[in-house]
Design a protein around this ligand. Structure first.
Ligand code: FES
Length: 153
């Protein structure tokens, strides 16, 4: 599906900017958007490229940097930090060999920071693409990653 064919699904109104960017990003193998795609969006909506860039930099779910197939967002708001006695990040770093804003060599996983994911009462919390995982423990995290690795083999 081309950029133009996706753009044509949306009205030429700036109100749809975020929806458009998310729809385009979802179709990219890199889970990110290139400068040329952002230019096409600005032209389509007849808005300045700086407006598109500012939205890209504001929302953490949007990226211009190529990312892995599975994006792991670790919640770093206070309720999760208080409950995260073992460090979700440290477990993931051990299992995957990467830290924040890095992607595994096989392009499968990227780890990112996140603000509240809306499940504070079940902290600590992380999200992988659209799925949220709660009440994390080191063993639970290892099992979740093993399950994702199994999906791709
Ligand atoms: S603080 Fe982590 S889900 Fe709300």
């Amino acid at each position: 599906m081309t950029t133009q064919s996706i753009l044509k699904k949306f009205p030429k109104q700036e109100d749809y900017l975020i929806e458009i960017l998310l729809a385009l990003q979802a179709k990219q193998a890199t889970q990110s958007l290139s400068e040329s795609v952002l230019q096409e969006v600005a032209t389509y909506l007849n808005i300045p490229e700086s407006r598109v860039s500012s939205v890209m930099s504001f929302y953490t779910m949007l990226s211009t940097k190529p990312r892995g197939h599975y994006i792991i967002q670790i919640c770093e708001d206070v309720p999760c930090m208080v409950e995260d006695t073992f460090s979700v990040h440290d477990v993931l770093q051990k299992v995957l060999g990467i830290t924040f804003d890095e992607t595994t060599e096989d392009k499968m996983f990227t780890i990112e920071h996140s603000s509240c994911l809306g499940h504070c009462e079940q902290a600590p919390v992380m999200r992988i693409n659209e799925k949220t995982y709660t009440n994390l423990t080191p063993n639970k995290i290892k099992a979740i990653i093993a399950e994702y690795r199994g999906k791709s083999s």
